[in-house]
Design a protein around this ligand. Structure first.
Ligand SMILES: Cc1cc2nc3c(=O)[nH]c(=O)nc-3n(C[C@H](O)[C@H](O)[C@H](O)COP(=O)(O)O)c2cc1C
Length: 173
């Protein structure tokens, strides 16, 4: 799959098959993330946590529910959840941009591997507000949870491709 196909195939997946990500696919996803753009090339300003333990994913879901107030599973029952944390002393805006670039590379790699993903905005806030969960996830001291996403294989095959239309307003000067 070339880059254009991966961009067209990537879409948010909100129902997952009960199958763990292949190790090889996970490796491709993580290496894609590590190839993402990070301010000043300071990769040490980010940390990646891969959560595949069902009990811990359930705790992240519950922590997220506390933020959203919803009873539904905000993570959509994935076999894997990937969290990006950033050094707390780095400017929050830079950390979010760093995390977005890394996460997008991982999402595109997942699509290329036949897997799917969805960013769950409130999940990092939920983790950040639960010190015990944060510790149990092994987030290094001095790092703040900034962006998390569910990953796994889609429950239903969806071969819809984006039409790559102009969804965002553009001006040229
Ligand atoms: C910053 C951000 C936060 C998001 N948070 C959520 C979320 O909490 N729950 C969810 O289901 N989707 C979430 N999404 C996914 C968006 O709804 C989705 O990317 C958007 O509707 C475009 O659809 P697509 O990803 O299928 O192209 C988030 C996406 C971004 C970029």
């Amino acid at each position: 799959m070339d880059l254009k196909q991966a961009m067209a195939a990537r879409h948010s997946v909100r129902a997952y098959a009960a199958k763990q990500l292949d190790e090889a696919a996970l490796d491709v996803i993580l290496r894609a993330g590590c190839a993402g753009p990070v301010g000043m090339g300071r990769y040490e300003n980010l940390h990646i946590t891969v959560v595949q333990d069902a009990g811990k994913i359930a705790r992240i879901s519950q922590a997220t529910q506390k933020v959203t107030g919803s009873q539904d599973d905000p993570l959509y029952g994935p076999p894997a959840y990937i969290l990006l944390s950033a050094r707390a002393e780095v400017d929050a805006g830079i950390s979010f941009v760093n995390a977005a670039g890394v996460m997008q590379n991982m999402a595109l790699a997942a699509a290329e591997q036949g897997a799917g993903s969805v960013i769950i905005w409130a999940s990092s806030q939920g983790i950040e507000q639960d010190a015990q969960l944060k510790a149990d996830l092994g987030i290094p001291a001095g790092y703040k949870a900034v962006l998390g996403a569910s990953f796994g294989y889609p429950a239903q095959t969806d071969s819809t491709l984006k039409d790559m239309g102009m969804t965002i307003s553009v001006n040229r000067v």
